[in-house]
Design a protein around this ligand. Structure first.
Ligand SMILES: Nc1ncnc2c1ncn2[C@@H]1O[C@H](COP(=O)(O)OP(=O)(O)OP(=O)(O)O)[C@@H](O)[C@H]1O
Ligand SMILES: [Mg+2]
Length: 195
């Protein structure tokens, strides 16, 4: 991507964000990873209620750049190139953030590890899971309800297609099963961020 185009798209994404939290010295950089319907967005919003964090939701940001998204590999490559630059900009300013995206492969996550390292951010990884039958029910319900909050177009077919892309996270991480009580993991992360 051309430098000026990248810069102007980062700017557009920045303008789409809610009010940013205050800068801090070593900002938290929280990354969730999980298949569609496992409860990533729900988990992120619960965490953001307890900590000053800006949520970068890839599904919402995608629609800022691509109002009628096609989810093609080139579209996603373009989107994530822009998101990575946005993350760098925010962390450089000391803004704590949470990246709400599937982040299924180690190749995708490698970029994030490197950014965290380079900018000396507090990287916290979270594997978000739920039993497949729970996910199937949720996705069905999510599709049926008139939902202004949900930004994802993913359904059960997408879940099944993406299943083969899941790779083990090769770093220390939290694991949360969102069909159970998520507060113990929220508590632990809140404590780690405040430490
Ligand atoms: N812990 C939970 N308790 C109750 N409902 C939940 C919980 N987690 C998620 N849900 C519900 O399940 C549905 C799917 O969750 P969510 O949208 O957070 O998944 P997601 O991982 O963000 O999916 P996608 O990758 O498609 O964005 C939503 O309607 C959400 O409200
Ligand atoms: Mg989501």
């Amino acid at each position: 991507m051309e430098h000026t185009q990248l810069a102007s798209e980062v700017q557009r994404l920045t303008e789409s964000l809610e009010q940013l939290p205050e800068p801090v010295v070593k900002p938290a950089f929280i990354v969730v990873s999980g298949l569609p319907g496992t409860g990533k967005s729900y988990f992120c919003s619960q965490l953001a209620q307890r900590l000053p964090l800006v949520i970068l939701e890839s599904d919402a940001l995608r629609k800022v750049l691509f109002p009628s998204p096609n989810y093609s590999p080139p579209e996603s490559a373009h989107l994530f190139q822009t998101i990575h630059r946005l993350i760098e900009r925010l962390l450089k300013r000391g803004i704590p953030l949470i990246l709400d995206a599937t982040n299924l492969s180690e190749r995708e996550r490698e970029h994030l590890y490197r950014i965290a390292d380079r900018l000396d951010a507090k990287l916290i990884l979270v594997r978000v899971e739920a039993p497949p039958e729970v996910v199937q029910e949720r996705l069905k319900a999510r599709q049926e309800e008139v939902n202004l909050v949900n930004k994802s177009d993913a359904d059960w077919a997408v879940y099944q297609k993406m299943k083969s892309s899941v790779q083990k996270i090769r770093h220390n991480h939290y694991a949360v099963d969102t069909s159970r009580d998520i507060t113990p993991v929220l508590d632990k992360i809140v404590r780690e961020v405040r430490r």
